[in-house]
Design a binder for this molecule. Structure first.
Ligand SMILES: *Cc1c(COP(=O)(O)O)cnc(C)c1O
Length: 379
């Protein structure tokens, strides 16, 4: 191990045609949104998840805001969300004046615990927004059934789950709406970006209007109307075609990028397995009916104190491991804007005991060795 060399937690590997396509977008003269690269990305993402329509957006956060708007959420409505997630899952609900209701997670998949949905339900429940944590599908059969029995809409915050599947069906294809992130920490990236994936045909036209500042510009560009007008609420959630050009290069190389991630994930799992067991630590044991896209590699410590010690130890050896998430139900805005029926023990325990190792396409063998040796050297 070379002293002083650091393994960053995350990097975006632009080893394909990213820069060439970016230049082509500029030279082609169409750098605003809805250009040729945007169409290519949207088409490919439709094919990957089997969605009716994908709309690229400026972020996953914005796609979640669009989803909440399309479901007409408003004051008085409640939406069940996990507390163990990034803020946007709940913030998008609160932005509409609706109340996020925090539910606990399962301690195996770290996804929403389907057994606790009854406890979170009320007469005001309008939707569930779930997260496939680490790209491991939630219990989709039970959750979909529960939601459809009660006429409740399902949204997938699929920021971790692109290329994942549950019983051979792509994640992102279960909800009426699903969202993706292309932030620099995600499997495919253009720095900042996202997508709304629409699985219900009746929501497509409104979603296009919403993304185009409330105008029917999309229909106009397709020649369906002869001028474009302000017809509904909307905002500016359309990314530049320059970002789409960068993203297109990543989508084109998805097989290579995914294979690299899978290999790193498998190397960690294999080389750390005996150590984890011996020390009372654990990691994901993927359920047999699910494929996960190696979005992240987590380690759960036997206690918060051991987690903090391991984190310090790794950092002292130049390994940028991180932890997340600060539970939303106990955060200042979560308390003020949300509701928590019952305790969220698993969320609290996981949040205090979990850490993530560096994992990104482009990590060298030497970096992987450095991470593994650093973990094994922990006493
Ligand atoms: C990254 C992430 C988001 C936010 O994505 P942005 O594109 O940065 O807005 C939302 N939800 C989850 C679960 C995420 O991991």
């Amino acid at each position: 191990m070379t002293l002083g060399s650091t393994v960053p937690f995350n990097r975006v590997l632009a080893a394909g045609e990213e820069i060439r396509y970016l230049q082509a977008a500029v030279e082609g003269g169409h750098v605003s949104g809805a250009g040729p690269y945007t169409s290519r990305c949207e088409q490919a993402l439709n094919e990957i998840t089997g969605s009716e329509q994908t709309l690229l957006t400026t972020s996953c956060t914005h796609a979640l805001e669009m989803a909440c708007h399309l479901l007409d959420l408003g004051p008085g409505d409640e939406v069940v969300v996990p507390s163990f997630t990034f803020v946007s899952t709940a913030a998008a609900v609160a932005m509409r004046g609706a109340v996020p209701v925090f539910a606990d997670i399962r301690d195996d998949t770290l996804g929403l615990d389907e057994r606790l949905l009854d406890r979170a339900w009320s007469e005001r429940t309008k939707a569930i927004i779930l997260v496939h944590y680490a790209g491991v599908g939630c219990e989709m059969e039970e959750i979909s059934q529960w939601a459809s029995d009660r006429g409740i809409d399902l949204v997938e915050d699929n920021a971790h789950g692109l290329f994942g599947s549950y019983r051979a069906r792509p994640l992102g294809s279960f909800g009426a709406l699903s969202t993706l992130s292309f932030h620099e920490t995600k499997n495919l990236s253009c720095g900042e970006g996202g997508a709304l994936q629409i699985n219900r045909a009746d929501l497509v036209d409104r979603a296009e209007v919403l993304r185009e500042k409330g105008t029917d510009r999309s229909a106009f560009l397709r020649g369906r109307v002869d001028k474009y007008r302000w017809i509904d609420l909307g905002s500016s959630w359309l990314p530049s075609d320059m970002l789409a050009a960068f993203l297109w290069a990543q989508i084109e190389r998805r097989t290579v990028l995914q294979a690299q991630r899978q290999a790193i994930w498998a190397a960690y799992a294999h080389r750390l397995a005996p150590w984890l067991k011996e020390r009372g630590f654990r990691t994901l044991e993927p359920p047999a009916d699910r494929r996960h896209p190696a979005h992240l590699f987590w380690i759960m410590a036997p206690s918060p104190r051991e987690r903090d010690r391991l984190l310090q130890h790794l950092r002292s050896l130049g390994v940028q491991a991180v932890f997340h998430y600060v539970p939303l139900h106990s955060s200042p805005a979560g308390r003020r804007l949300g509701r928590s029926p019952g305790s969220l023990d698993v969320t609290e325990r996981v949040s205090a005991s979990l850490l993530r190792l560096p994992l990104w396409a482009g990590m060298t063998e030497a970096m992987i060795d450095q991470v593994v040796s650093a973990v094994l050297a922990f006493r």
